[in-house]
Design a protein around this ligand. Structure first.
Ligand code: EPU
Length: 431
């Protein structure tokens, strides 16, 4: 068993460089399937979700060459297979983008139902609705999404989503790029990674307008050709370090970011008494005094991101007064609350609302990272807590954070990775 061990109490100081955005990378890499030629993709984060999606593409027949630590050449010109590996694709949410990409390129996709964090129900009916409107037949057979365009090619369509969905917006955008005619997506999601995917596709020859607004228009083109594209910095990784400084105290400059993407997070931290200064493509976050309570509701962009909810919850656990946290996207994103309570947090959850009464001090405890962002929240709580916090199930965290342990250690945190022998594991499980 591998775990993170944190001795809390050190304020954070120094500089941290943010990696490429996970949720942009896991859409842009499958979208490379549409491109006839070599895509050079820069600022690719080194995280396990990216390794998995690259593995699936390679299994389909893509040629992938590592140019340097963060740059890859992907050539999907010779792919002829439309069936994605069951074992790999079901481990990751973003494998659903392969449906849009394979349908768009071949008119045929056979892709396992996706996996990803357990956040409550995660339907894909809006993706299916979009593909259906574009002329595809979609059914689930033996755990696979089986999608076919009987005409061999999708056609443009006018699609109004019933809910604002990041995944459905990106998937339909991918599928529409090579379709015949104009596709209009209404009630589209507006997250920074949607704009990034559109910019990537446009740089390869697509014709997409309106990404970042709630109406996106995609005029189908006959082919995309190769080029070079650099992925945007990760909004949520940056926000996680901002929350870590807020909880542990200190002063850290967060580099290689787009400050505008962080406005929704900065606004809440400032309300709590954190100082934030913007200089070019960096933010300096400083916290010396006490934290004060605030209320947070998660919403689609430009609202406060749901993927920052457990991290801000960790900060609220230390803020003077009673804070109300409302989850506006997922049904069940408070599974971390029991783990926070082990550390002395006073948090009561009722459905989508958590009431957090700030405590003077959290105390370290053994806890489990039940999902990716919950794990990040536990790291933040551990950095601020008195004593030692041990976090297991860290594979969830490594799905989305590049080098989180060395990055935090570089800021003065007392954190390291520890691997226990299988004999010790057996003892832990046996008692
Ligand atoms: N929804 C539907 N039908 C659909 C799709 C979504 O009802 O067909 C509902 C969902 O149940 C949810 C809401 O719409 O209540 C939003 O879901 P969305 O489709 O936007 O989420 P997603 O595409 O599955 C992505 C990120 C998540 C992030 C959400 C919201 C990826 C791979 N995942 O998921 O990221 O929480 O958008 O921003 O991009 C994470 O990084 O930790 C993570 C969970």
């Amino acid at each position: 068993m591998t775990k993170y061990v944190i001795r809390g109490g050190n304020p954070l100081h120094g500089e941290v460089v943010i990696s490429g955005a996970k949720n942009a990378a896991v859409a842009i890499i499958p979208a490379a399937l549409l491109v006839d030629g070599v895509c050079r993709i820069e600022n690719v984060p080194q995280i396990s979700d990216v390794t998995l999606i690259l593995g699936i593409l390679e299994d389909l027949g893509a040629q992938i060459r590592t140019v340097n630590r963060t740059t890859l050449d992907i050539d999907c010109s010779n792919i002829r297979k439309c069936r994605a590996s069951y074992d790999m694709a079901r481990q990751i949410r973003a494998s659903y983008y392969l449906v849009g990409a394979l349908l768009g390129r071949f008119g045929n996709a056979y892709v396992p139902m996706p996996g990803g964090c357990d956040l409550g129900a995660r339907p894909i009916d809006q993706h299916e609705k979009g593909f259906y409107a574009m002329g595809a037949r979609v059914q689930v057979i033996n755990g696979y999404i089986d999608a076919k365009a009987p005409a061999g090619r999708l056609h443009g369509a006018h699609i109004y989503f019933d809910v604002v969905s990041v995944g459905a917006t990106m998937n339909v955008m991918i599928a529409a790029v090579l379709a015949d005619g104009l596709t209009v997506i209404e009630n589209a999601a507006k997250e920074p990674h949607i704009v990034d995917l559109a910019n990537f596709l446009n740089s390869m020859g697509a014709d997409i307008m309106g990404a970042g607004t709630d109406v996106i228009k995609i005029r189908g083109v006959p082919r995309l050709c190769g080029g070079t594209y650099s992925i945007i910095p990760d909004q949520i990784e940056a926000g996680t370090y901002m929350a870590a400084v807020a909880a542990a105290g200190g002063e850290v400059t967060i580099q290689n970011i787009i400050p505008k993407h962080l406005d929704c997070i900065s606004a809440k931290l400032i309300e709590m008494g954190v100082e934030i200064t913007e200089v070019g493509d960096s933010l300096t976050v400083r916290r010396n005094g006490p934290l004060t309570k605030t209320n947070v509701k998660t919403l689609p962009y430009p609202g406060f991101p749901t993927d920052m909810q457990p991290q801000i919850a960790a900060v609220l656990c230390l803020a003077q007064g009673t804070s109300i946290l409302t989850e506006g996207v997922w049904d069940n994103r408070y599974r971390f609350a029991d783990e926070f309570r082990r550390m002395g947090a006073n948090i009561q959850v009722d459905g989508k609302i958590a009431v957090i009464e700030g405590v003077r001090q959290l105390t370290g405890a053994p806890v489990s990272a039940c999902d990716l962002r919950a794990g990040a929240g536990m790291i933040i709580a551990g950095l601020a807590a008195e004593g030692i916090t041990e976090i297991d199930q860290i594979y969830h965290i490594e799905r989305g954070y590049e080098d989180i342990v060395p990055k935090l250690a570089g800021l003065g945190a007392d954190i390291h990775v520890e691997t226990t022998s299988t004999e010790e594991d057996w003892h832990i499980h046996a008692v």
